[in-house]
Design a protein around this ligand. Structure first.
Ligand code: ADP
Ligand code: MG
Ligand code: MG
Length: 883
């Protein structure tokens, strides 16, 4: 095997595309070298050698050593220096370099090759003894830390003591002899601590450092980082060995880091910092305050210290030239590290720079305008889920946060308001124009109106799929759930946080993207939906094949979704319309009625309300398709629970409380998820379907008259498993349609279809398609019924499953392609066998999940439907899925 790839003097064996074997750093060093940029010569040991190192019980293979020695000879030839000997000693840096950047996780050793002899030669050669001793003390400290495991603290202490004794403020004030003394103290410390000398043999130093870089791959922090970021252990880290160049060689020398564009705003301007007469990590270590690279940067930071642009104009111009060359070559914003040695610029690293979503948008759009990338590439550059950050107000990144509690980031965006403890208070506050944060231990459907009225929601219990989280995401309201570090004392209306006790009316801010609770009001940044965002979305819309609909139950949701670009409603859950205000009472009367007569009485009250809802929805969505799901109520959520509630409902219905309690008990279900719901209810009580169908058709007539544009209602029957179920319900709908058309003297186009949310329905799709004119995959229930897991109970064990590696993703968040996905493909295929122009879509949480959207594209669905605030995410993800 070939273990080592060399680079230097305009030649390189590797290229950027070899990053899988050479790691990011090595591959890009090779690429820059091949481009003819000034890169100190060096070599890269491929990542697989790291695996071999571990396989050999932490020994470096002889073959690897031989190739490294040969590579170092090459470096010697290019630089005219000798490693470990002679009047011009070669010093090396030994740098880690994994396939993906793992910031701060891995180790680097600089100035390797120095010992008591070479330090003298280095000083003579440079004509600067101070520089040589400064490099030596740096080397000893880094080596002792990284290779010998002594840490940094004791060395820092020695240095601070000496500086204090000598009356120096900064490191650069120390003279050669003072550094020499510190080197003496450092070596003494090592002997005392480890009872061994600091290694003088450069060859020993070299293998020590290479071994340490390999070993850092298995350090506790690196292992944890890999787990958090799903990085396979088998990748290993590459090692880069490179000739040193010196930023600490006097005042014409410097070291720095830069972004080719501003990483937080995206503005096209070099952005970075440097330090004169310094080396390596000094810039990030915060020992001295670094200076701005550009004059503009200096001015905006208000710093007195001169910029590199002023101080080293030639090196600055060279840096600007190289930065634009790199950008054009890589077609992306770069994050670079460089060093200037006596006026000459050297490039030490380049990679694609991390950036905020806002910056990512601006950079992608600017690069299209600069003709550096295509519109397709620009669309691919934006991580769809990161759009969340842009659609909601966010906390100004410049403020310091006073965190009083932490929980899960359940629904993005930030919100400020006075705390209230009940849904009623939230509603009351909204009507008076006051902004509140609704605080609950956990929420239930009865809190819906209060959740709507609040600016933000905070719960102390529950996970990412708890009621509060799902509903808040659907409504686009910022939400933090499961803030277990806080306690709600509802009796005294207090919130106990970290170091504070708040009472009702006190102001807090929640950050639903970070899962944080902050004290008081905090400055925010408002979302900006035009400009760069608008252009990227425009390109995405042109590219994608699938349409994007929204799940919306109210005209307000529908309006929000349209403003985000929704092209129809994929799911209107009619039962959600009945949680609002007074309606829940009428709904309870209907559910609890003992006979058909009682039910019809309640239904008559519900009809005008429903008609009004649908007219509103159809008016907002005029010209676009609207899918309405017939009633699928979670009965147990509607039923009165407390004695007070029972008494109240009994009074309204003119019943005895005892009789009503019996009725409630009779309706009790052992397993509501698999109980008397969906079309089962419609079959037991067809008068409910009749009322809903009438409301829908009458509203369609009204809206058509009002807007002049017809809507085509798509009526969706839930929880169908048998074709005969659908036939029965469809017959009721068709009958009402005929009646309404006759009464209105007008033809109404409509479709009747079904949700596919039971495995049986998926398997029998070809038969069900004889009656159904469309399918919508209700993946929430389909996941529940395929896995046999109730979503409401899943949080008790899914996290354990994930921790123990039994399951990778929560199937309620990211679609289970292998199982649930296969049922969907089967149903899609069989459905189209029967009806080849059948419209197929997906609704439910997965409709807004980029990975699931990609899956929908591959199996040829016509649309995805998601909550209003995820519509832009879905538009972008649908475009990326076809590129
Ligand atoms: P990290 O991955 O932590 O950034 P690097 O391997 O990039 O570690 O090294 C950190 C710093 O060390 C670099 O930014 C650079 O300033 C310095 N450095 C690395 N190699 C050399 C070299 N050959 N000459 C001079 N400085 C170097
Ligand atoms: Mg480092
Ligand atoms: Mg680096």
């Amino acid at each position: 095997t070939k273990w080592v790839y060399t680079f230097g003097d305009g030649q390189a064996e590797g290229r950027a595309r070899d990053h899988e074997i050479l790691g990011g750093k090595g591959a890009n060093l090779a690429e820059m070298c091949a481009l003819g940029l000034p890169v100190p010569p060096g070599l890269t040991i491929m990542g697989d050698a790291c695996n071999t190192y571990y396989r050999n019980g932490r020994h470096i293979e002889d073959g690897v050593k031989a190739e490294v020695r040969a590579g170092i000879s090459g470096i010697e030839a290019i630089t005219g220096r000798r490693f470990g000997a002679g009047s011009q000693p070669l010093l090396l840096s030994v740098r880690s370099g994994a396939r993906v950047s793992m910031p701060g996780m891995m180790d680097t050793v600089l100035n390797l090759g120095l010992n008591d002899e070479t330090v003298q030669a280095l000083g003579h050669d440079a004509g600067d003894a101070r520089f040589a001793w400064d490099s030596y003390r740096r080397f000893i400290q880094m080596y002792a830390d990284v290779v010998m495991g002594l840490g940094n603290d004791a060395f820092e202490e020695i240095l601070e003591d000496e500086k204090a004794k000598l009356g120096h403020e900064t490191d650069t004030e120390l003279s050669a002899s003072e550094w020499q003394h510190i080197v003496f103290l450092y070596k003494k410390l090592i002997e005392e601590e480890l009872a061994q000398e600091f290694p003088q043999d450069p060859e020993v130093q070299l293998w020590g450092a290479v071994g340490a870089v390999f070993s850092s791959w298995m350090s506790a922090r690196a292992v944890t980082y890999r787990q958090l970021h799903n990085i396979p252990e088998g990748w290993g880290t590459a090692v880069n060995i490179q000739a040193m160049v010196f930023g600490n060689l006097g005042n014409a020398s410097a070291t720095g880091v830069a972004f080719t564009r501003n990483p937080s705003t995206g503005e096209k301007a070099l952005y970075g910092e440097f330090l004169v007469n310094a080396q390596g990590e000094d810039v990030v270590a915060g020992i001295r305050t670094p200076q701005s690279i550009t004059e503009e940067g200096r001015l905006s930071s208000g710093s007195e210290k001169p910029s590199m642009e002023k101080l080293m104009p030639e090196a600055f111009r060279e840096l600007c030239r190289i930065c634009s060359e790199l950008e054009i070559h890589y077609r992306d914003m770069q994050d670079i590290e460089f060093t200037i040695e006596r006026g000459k610029l050297w490039m030490l690293q380049t990679r694609s720079g991390k950036r905020s979503t806002r910056a990512a948008m601006k950079i992608a759009v600017d690069m299209v305008d600069e003709k550096v990338i295509t519109e397709e590439q620009a669309v691919l550059r934006i991580e769809p889920s990161s759009l969340d950050q842009l659609l909601h107000p966010t906390i100004d990144p410049r403020v310091t946060r006073q965190v009083i509690g932490t929980g899960l980031p359940a629904s993005p965006g930030a919100a400020t308001g006075a705390i209230v403890f009940t849904a009623e208070e939230a509603v009351e506050a909204e009507s008076e124009g006051r902004k509140v944060i609704l605080l609950r231990v956990e929420t239930s459907p009865e809190d819906i109106h209060g959740m709507h009225a609040a600016e933000g929601i905070l719960t102390t219990r529950g996970g990412m799929t708890s009621h509060a989280a799902v509903v808040a995401r659907g409504m686009g309201i910022p939400c933090v759930v499961g803030a277990g570090t806080m306690r709600i004392d509802s009796r005294n209306e207090r919130l106990l946080g970290i170091g504070v006790t708040l009472k009702k009316g006190d102001i807090i801010t929640i950050d639903g993207s970070a899962g944080q609770v902050l004290k008081g009001e905090v400055p925010m940044i408002q979302p900006e939906l035009s400009g760069d965002f608008g252009r990227i979305m425009g390109w995405a819309d042109r590219l994608r094949r699938m349409t994007v609909r929204t799940n919306a139950d109210t005209p307000a949701d529908a309006r929000a979704a349209r403003s985000f670009g929704a092209e129809g409603i994929g799911l209107c859950r009619t039962e959600h319309m009945f949680f609002e205000g007074e309606r829940i009472h009428v709904m309870r009367e209907m559910i609890l009625a003992v006979d058909e007569k009682g039910r019809r009485l309640a239904l008559d009250k519900l009809l005008p309300m429903q008609r009004l809802d649908f007219t509103g929805l159809f008016t907002v969505m005029h010209g676009l398709p609207v899918t309405i799901r017939l009633l699928d109520p979670p009965l147990h959520e509607f039923l009165p629970k407390t004695d007070d509630e029972v008494a109240e409902v009994a009074f309204a219905m003119g019943m005895e409380a005892i009789a009503l309690r019996q009725r409630v008990d009779a309706l009790h279900e052992f397993n509501p998820m698999l109980g008397h719901r969906g079309c089962r209810l419609a079959i037991s009580y067809p008068e409910i379907v009749e009322m809903q169908a009438r409301a829908i058709f009458e509203a369609a007539v009204a809206a058509a008259k009002e807007t002049g544009a017809a809507v085509v209602p798509e009526i969706m029957v839930p929880l169908v498993g048998l074709r005969s179920e659908l036939d029965y319900v469809k017959a009721r709908i068709d009958e009402v349609a005929g009646d309404v058309m006759r009464e209105a003297g007008m033809k109404i186009d409509y479709l009747v279809g079904t949700m596919i949310e039971l495995p049986r329905a998926a398997l029998r799709a070809h038969v069900i398609a004889e009656a159904a004119e469309f399918f919508s995959f209700g993946t929430n229930d389909l996941t529940q019924t395929t896995f046999g897991i109730s979503r409401d109970d899943a949080s008790a064990f899914i996290p354990t499953y994930q921790r123990k590696g039994i399951i990778e993703h929560d199937p309620f968040i990211s679609l289970d392609f292998d199982g649930v996905g296969e049922l969907i493909s089967i149903a899609a295929e069989r459905g189209r066998q029967t009806r080849n122009d059948m419209k197929l879509g997906i609704c439910g949480e997965h409709g807004g999940d980029p990975a699931s959207i990609r899956f929908c594209e591959t199996i040829g669905l016509d649309y995805v439907s998601c909550s209003p605030f995820r519509v832009p995410i879905a538009r972008l993800a649908a475009a990326q899925a076809v590129i």
